[in-house]
Design a protein around this ligand. Sequence first.
Ligand code: C2E
Ligand code: MG
Ligand code: MG
Ligand code: MG
Length: 282
Amino acid sequence: QVKTQGKNNYQFYSASLSENVAERMELENSLRNALKKEEFFLSYQPKVDIKTNQVIGMEALLRWNHGKLGMISPAKFIPIAEESGLIVPIGEWVLRMACKQNKDWQDAGFPPLRVAVNLSARQFQKKNLVEVISKILAETGLEPRWLEVEVTESILMQNMEFTVSILQQLQAIGIHISIDDFGTGYSSLNYLKRFPINSLKIDQSFVQDIATDPDDAAIVTAVISLAHHMKLKVIAEGVETEGQLEFLRMRNCDDMQGYYFSKPLKAEEFTKLLESSKEIIA
Ligand code: C2E
Ligand code: MG
Ligand code: MG
Ligand code: MG
């Protein structure tokens, strides 16, 4: 009895395993054509100054509307895009689209904002990242200071000498650099000072329970202090409640991003947000 059950379980397990493999292959195949078929678009999530409550920038987040399957989460398709290398052309499309859209908003007369784009390790492995970004800035006419790149600790830790030199070149052009999901990787504090960076993004997993969990509260407090002593800006990700915001405000966290202020918005919705904040200022 037990033995049979075990066997059945195994068969069930292996069936679902090959289903996963098939699904993955299907996704990878359709990812290959997604750019051509114009199935991607960007959502923009505001970054907000905690003191003034003003929008100071936005993070461009990739969205995939699959022809047959509908919306697919980045958590599902970004890893496939990374492993297959497709993230390189896709990431270039994201950079170009985000820069172009940001320039369009500036040309429409809205106060200039900094748009942040997520970079993946694969894009750093290519030797021409700085040229690619420079070319996109030149083509779109966006000034470099209005572009920010978000990199994770794992990107920083691999091929360190090379990565530092790329980041130095990007910073020399005037592009801002932030460390995404800070605290979830394993970069040593000793290395932190070697990287040319402008801001730290505290990962949302620490922000979630800051009002109730003393350990998370201690970590977030320490990261804010660390950032400020290193003359870096600090932004909290995944802020969802008034309580979290109050905690961050009391500890002088500079900026926030999260559902409390706004979910990621389609370009047209973001335009409406900009229009309504213009009315408030006027
Ligand atoms: P990330 O860069 O850390 O982006 C933040 C994620 O948190 C986004 O998920 C955002 O929608 C979500 N988020 C924002 N505020 C809140 C909140 O208050 N509560 C909660 N629970 N979540 C919040 P999203 O858009 O699903 O993206 C997931 C990840 O996919 C991103 O994490 C990033 O690592 C990756 N990604 C997205 N777009 C790109 C891209 O263009 N290129 C690359 N390489 N990666 C991307
Ligand atoms: Mg990010
Ligand atoms: Mg993050
Ligand atoms: Mg993340």
